[in-house]
Design a protein around this ligand. Structure first.
Ligand SMILES: Cc1ncc(COP(=O)(O)O)c(C=O)c1O
Length: 450
């Protein structure tokens, strides 16, 4: 049965009078009758205006690592607020937090803070260009690095003509200058040969390779460990800085993020999301020799709201918890149990599937063989996932309707006794409803599943 969205729908009709699409981010608009507005949250659950409760596996696209309204972090934030807001001057906590980041991610020798992942990536890219004296950069197909013009490009796999060896490269939307296209190269993940070819031909113009080792915006497709080692070697060999974007993986995939998982240190890395359990904080960090160029070497960086006292206090507490408690282990254990449960339900019904990425942010791919890059991912058929996601959301399991987004886990899921059983019960119902709904086009379902 469809849940009632009467209040959210009514609010949408008012909101759209003053806010484009009735929201403050394009991704929050789910349709005139489907867009929901949140009233409150606690732990791993959120409630919309109509009091529909959801077990939330979107978690704001990853920031919420401990849980909503975590009493430890929020108490620290309130104490931080006593200091004041921002001063156009520093506070002592910036050092404490930078030291903690370095402890958890050794390659983060020095740190500069920002407010969002977008800003951190912008800072990292500017730094790489200034340090190397080159303007070009390489991106990975299926990667996402925020809202700045430099990185809002992707491969148009959807409209990829059969007689064309590579898909077209297109901006994410209008208003992104075509001129930028001259500055970057896009390569598929897990193909060191293609990367080396680009470096060989254009290395003199390339400042940085900007990579998410786990494609956190494309079903969590992971790099192969050998590929990451090759990437590190090739960057060093061709004088290209390795910029690892850990905005999603940082302080989530492991204490030391993707860099710890792969044993591959970045020259520059970026963080946001799980760094602050939802408080707006981001950072770019890296090797001392490179980072010293910020300011001293003539590189501009700053921002009025950078290092808000409340945010810094929350971040300090959040990192302390992630580093000193079993939170990340508990999250991973929950993620694995959730995958096992989902797997049993899907397997019992003959729906082929696999999981990608770390259990704290895993992709569910409805085919037997996992994709190794974005081109392969796009070759799937998503009818089953899309239909199932609609049922799940109706039943109170909030996953992203777009199957590229991973399922995010927080500590509160693991500590909520009913969370796993509630999720799996609803998952089973959603899978059965999907199978029933797609029955007339059963051949399509089977394609999806195989
Ligand atoms: C890997 C990565 N980098 C950068 C960003 C941009 O971060 P923000 O939305 O905070 O600007 C995101 C956002 O999802 C991301 O996943």
């Amino acid at each position: 049965m469809r849940r009632s969205l009467a209040k959210s729908n009514a609010h949408f009709q008012r909101a759209v009078q003053r806010l484009p699409l009735g929201v403050s981010s394009n991704f929050r608009y789910w349709g005139d009758d489907e867009t929901i507005y949140i009233k409150k949250s606690q732990g791993g659950r959120i409630w919309d205006l109509d009091d529909n409760e959801y077990i939330d596996y979107r978690l704001g696209y990853g920031p919420v690592i401990l849980g909503y309204c975590d009493p430890r972090v929020d108490a620290a934030a309130r104490a931080g607020q006593e200091i004041g807001p921002v001063f156009a001057l520093g506070t002592e906590r910036e050092l404490t937090v930078a030291e903690h980041i370095h402890k958890m991610v050794p390659a983060a020798e020095l740190t500069r803070f920002s407010n969002s992942g977008t800003e951190a990536v912008m800072g990292a890219l500017r730094l790489a260009r200034a340090y190397t004296g080159k303007d070009g950069y390489v991106l990975l197909e299926g990667g996402y690095h925020g809202m700045s013009d430099s990185v809002m490009w992707s491969t148009n796999v959807k409209e990829w003509p059969a007689n064309q060896p590579d898909p077209d490269i297109v901006p994410y939307g209008k208003g992104i200058p075509e001129l930028i296209r001259q500055l970057f190269w896009l390569v598929p993940l897990n193909d060191a040969g293609v990367l080396e070819e680009v470096f060989k031909r254009h290395g003199d113009s390339i400042a940085a390779l900007l990579i998410e080792p786990i494609l956190g915006n494309s079903c969590s497709i992971p790099s192969d460990p050998q590929y990451m080692r090759d990437v590190r070697e090739l960057c060093t060999k061709y004088g290209v800085l390795l910029v690892i974007d850990e905005v999603k993986t940082g302080f989530r995939a492991a204490k030391g993020g993707a860099q710890e998982m792969y044993g591959v240190p970045a020259d520059i890395c970026t963080f946001a999301k799980a760094l602050g359990n939802g408080y707006p904080i981001a950072a770019f960090s890296g090797r001392e020799e490179i980072m010293r160029q910020v300011g001293g070497g003539g590189i501009a960086h700053g921002g009025t709201y950078t290092c808000h006292a409340m945010t810094m206090a929350a971040t300090e507490k959040n990192l302390e918890i992630l580093d000193e408690t079993s939170a990340l282990d508990d999250i991973a254990a929950y993620g694995r149990r959730l995958q096992e449960g989902m797997s049993q339900i899907l397997g019992a019904r003959g729906v082929a599937h696999c999981f990608l990425g770390p259990p704290s942010m895993f992709g569910l791919f409805l085919a037997e063989n996992p994709p190794t890059n974005f081109r392969e991912w796009k070759q799937g058929d998503y009818t089953f996932y899309d239909t199932m996601a609609g049922h799940l959301i109706d039943l109170g399991v909030l996953c992203e309707p777009d199957s590229r987004e991973p399922w995010f886990i927080c500590e509160a899921h693991a500590h909520d006794e009913r969370c796993l059983t509630d999720t799996l019960e609803r998952f089973e119902t959603a899978v059965d409803a999907t199978i029933a709904e797609l029955k007339p086009g059963r051949s399509q379902t089977t394609t999806t599943a195989n």
